[in-house]
Design a protein around this ligand. Structure first.
Ligand code: ADP
Length: 463
């Protein structure tokens, strides 16, 4: 059953329920009012009747004055003596010679009762008559209930007709308005099916109506999700293309060199070097990929322990100086004694990555400056180069997985796979720190890492 139908049934049932309760209350109220009115008339009539009667010494009843009764054609009376003889009665129905209410007649107490006499519905007031405690007869005053019954019947019919019309009206309106309210949902579903059917994540669901109502927000959220999916999908596609490209080149080189040696029927040192280089490159790629996958799935373990950042930086500085050779000058103008809580190997990996990038993207004769100091409760490590810089349009993306500034690919043969910075970002983030970048094309790039200082009494500094 559709949501629209279910809601329509619910609203119609609610309307019906409310009208039923209202109808019952209305019916009861009108009924009480009508019956009370009849009872009052009967009581009044009985009082008027009794005024004109006298009781004889033997308890016999005799009419002294004719009562000024306002007997309408709907009100009748009977006076019975103690022997069950009809002493007096009103004209019309009153002339029948059986009590209006045979049961109430027996009860010997004043009581209002409903009765059916000769197929006429009556409301009867039974009044036992006594003189000095002796019963001398019974007065019965009756009123025809035909008017009341007709009124009650008309009321029930009216309530039923109004209720049914209201339920029908409510059902029609609900069906219409719920349909209208749910129509964006139908539209969203159709769009979602179309998007998944066409495998086209670039499509978006158009916003119809207000953006800040529930449907508007759903469309926005859905479109945001699509955007994110598209981004991930594109980056995975780019990654696959990149990996295929990166793997094809070394494999071609390896195969070419192997073919060459086979044809020459001798081992060629140069070819072996080349094969080794390419194999190293592939190993690096596979290693980076593994790290990235582990980091992404949260399975990259970090072993935290106090780390002397200054010692670590000096260690990396020495290693990287060898890598940079004479091509680029690496300088360490400022170093502070700093202790943090972290995973030494992973932090070293971050430093190597940043400094290697700085060397990689700085032309011959350029400089790389390293510094380590304190800013508030944080250690601040700076890697600044005087290299090519990063184009402004690439800057917001360089920490994304597989992202490489397009131009830089051609800058260096040893260009990586666009994974180093995203891994670095993940590592620093999981150390409670942050990494920032500032770059001007043609002037150089500065990476800044902030890491929380280890708060121990032994954490001294040269400051
Ligand atoms: P890669 O292995 O390609 O260097 P990274 O994730 O380490 O991947 O870096 C991503 C991109 O950021 C690089 O491709 C390069 O375009 C840019 N980049 C990183 N560091 C620098 C730098 N110091 N100078 C210029 N560009 C840089």
């Amino acid at each position: 059953m559709s949501l629209r139908l279910r809601l329509t049934i619910l609203y119609s049932a609610l309307t019906g329920g409310i009208l039923l309760i209202f109808g019952i209350l209305l019916y009861s109220l009108v009924n009480i009012l009508l019956v009370t009115q009849v009872d009052t008339t009967l009581n009044q009539t009985a009082n008027d009747l009794l005024l004109g009667w006298r009781v004889g010494p033997a308890g016999e009843l005799s009419q002294e004055t004719l009562p000024k009764l306002n007997l309408t054609s709907f009100v009748y009376y009977q006076i019975w003596d103690k022997n069950g003889r009809l002493v007096s009665s009103s004209p019309g129905l009153g002339q029948i010679n059986q009590p209006f209410d045979p049961v109430g007649y027996q009860l010997k107490r004043a009581i209002y009762r409903n009765s059916l006499v000769q197929k006429v519905h009556l409301r009867v007031l039974n009044v036992p008559l006594d003189a000095g405690g002796r019963p001398i007869g019974t007065l019965q005053v009756a009123a025809s209930m035909s008017m009341v019954d007709t009124t009650r019947q008309a009321l029930v019919q009216t309530i039923i007709i109004i209720s049914l019309s209201a339920i029908l009206f409510a059902a029609t309106l609900s069906w219409f308005f719920i349909g209208q309210a749910l129509s964006p949902l139908v539209h969203i579903t159709e769009s979602a099916l179309r998007i998944s059917g066409a495998d086209d994540l670039s499509q978006r669901i158009p916003q119809r109506g207000a953006q800040n109502d529930e449907m508007g927000r759903l469309v926005t959220a859905f479109n945001d999700t699509l955007g994110r999916l598209e981004q991930l999908f594109t980056s995975q596609q780019r990654f696959l293309a990149d990996v295929s490209h990166e793997l094809r080149t070394p494999l071609t080189v390896i195969k070419g060199n192997a073919d060459l040696m086979r044809r020459m029927k001798q081992v060629d040192e140069e070819s072996l070097d080349s094969i080794e280089d390419e194999a190293d490159r592939m190993t690096r790629l596979v290693g980076d990929l593994l790290l990235e996958t582990q980091a992404e799935s949260g399975k990259l373990p970090l072993h935290f322990a106090p780390v002397e950042m200054d010692t670590l930086l000096l260690e990396v500085f020495k290693e990287m100086r060898i890598l940079a050779r004479e091509r680029v000058q690496i300088k360490l103008p400022e170093i502070d004694q700093i202790l943090i809580n972290g995973d030494r190997d992973r932090l070293k990996q971050v430093l190597i990555n940043l400094i290697a990038n700085a060397i990689k993207y700085t032309p011959q004769g350029g400089e790389v400056f390293l510094s380590l100091g304190k800013v508030g409760d944080n250690a601040r490590l700076i890697v600044r180069d005087t290299g090519l810089g990063i184009p402004a349009e690439d800057l917001p993306h360089i920490f994304e997985r597989f992202y490489r500034a397009e131009k830089s690919r051609t800058r260096s043969k040893i260009g990586g796979f666009g994974l180093g910075l995203s891994i670095a970002y993940w590592i620093i983030n999981h150390h409670g720190g942050r990494i920032e970048v500032d770059s001007a094309e043609g002037k150089g790039t500065t990476f800044c890492i902030y890491l929380p200082l280890l708060k121990t009494s032994g954490n001294s500094s040269k400051e």
